[in-house]
Design a protein around this ligand. Structure first.
Ligand code: PXG
Length: 298
């Protein structure tokens, strides 16, 4: 937090770097009016923007799916992310890229919006559930994850009400996170994390066809699990398996990797941070600081 105490915060808005107080978008922006847009959330660790290319690739895929054209190239966007971090003198921080349909007269017709809006902002941000690794409590949400036929969860859109409502449920219940099932009743993901279970040394996580975001942290953890020699299954996961797992943990850019030690009143395993999680987080810490795993701020 101390990094930016006496500094202005700068954001990129459609070609200009503006101070936070002056950075704004129109009330006619369709991102605001209709949730019509896509976004990415990225972390930088000690001067390396972790998996930046992967995040930009995912943003482009989301944008293509919802038919918004990015006004800059991937290389230019990489440069903008780096520049925003530099301007804010952040070596560790959280970056958000927002791409919306743009400002235009009211009405869902996208032809109302001649230019998309592109915003890149960055600030310091601690891991979602705290700096210190400890297990969190979660609950099964009464909400089902938006089915792929309604809005594919692989698109990281600005429509997060499904996730927000699940989070509200968790807060109301006095737990940290809500686990959503998919339409078929299989485990999907939490409000902003993918989910993994461990049983007798085998790691399992929902397959991307089961109505989840293809998380970049998820992909990293799958790589680590394989590297460490754990069998890894991407498949349908039942609630019964979740309750009876030896370990459960979630992965995401905001949370990083966090164990879940209680789900809807059931203690998971022995209720403590597990050994498989501990080995994975140790390797994750190495990778987040490795120049080969991201783009250096320079
Ligand atoms: N599922 C959902 C629904 C998400 O929104 C993840 C899984 C994990 O994906 P990554 O690629 O981050 O491993 C997400 C990520 C925020 C915020 O504050 C949201 C996410 C990540 C960071 C910040 O909106 N969602």
């Amino acid at each position: 937090m101390s990094e930016t105490k006496s500094l202005s915060i700068y954001a990129y808005v459609n070609g200009r770097y503006l101070e936070k107080d002056k950075a704004s978008v129109s009330i006619y922006d369709h991102g605001f009016l209709y949730g019509d847009g896509v976004y990415e959330a990225i972390r930088a660790y000690d001067g390396i923007v972790f998996k930046l290319q992967e995040h930009i690739d995912r943003l482009c895929e989301s944008a293509k799916s919802v038919k918004i054209e990015l006004s800059v190239t991937k290389d230019e966007l990489t440069g903008i992310v780096i520049e925003v971090l530099k301007k804010n003198q952040l070596k560790n921080g959280y970056v958000r890229i927002v791409l919306s349909r743009g400002a235009g007269k009211m009405g869902v017709d996208p032809r109302n919006c001649p230019e998309p809006t592109l915003v890149v902002m960055a600030e310091p941000r601690e891991p979602l559930f705290g700096k210190e690794v400890k297990g969190i409590a979660a609950m099964l949400s009464s909400l089902r994850r938006t089915p792929s036929w309604a809005l594919d969860p692989r698109i990281k859109t600005l429509n997060y009400l499904n996730n927000v409502l699940a989070k509200i449920e968790a807060i109301e219940a006095g737990v940290e996170e809500a686990i959503m099932l998919n339409e078929q009743g299989y485990v999907a993901e939490t409000s902003t994390e993918n989910i993994f279970v461990v049983k007798r040394g085998v790691i399992a996580t929902p397959h991307t066809s089961l109505g989840i975001l293809k998380g970049i942290t998820r992909d990293v953890v799958i790589g680590i699990a394989k590297e460490l020699g754990y069998p890894l299954e991407e498949r349908e996961l039942t609630v019964h398996e979740l309750y009876n797992a030896d370990e459960v943990f979630v992965t995401g850019t905001a949370a990083e990797i966090v164990p879940i030690v209680k789900i809807s009143g059931r203690i998971i395993g022995d209720g403590k941070v597990g050994p498989v999680f501990s080995r994975i987080i140790a390797r994750f810490r190495e990778l987040t600081h490795s120049p080969t795993e991201g783009v250096a701020i320079g």
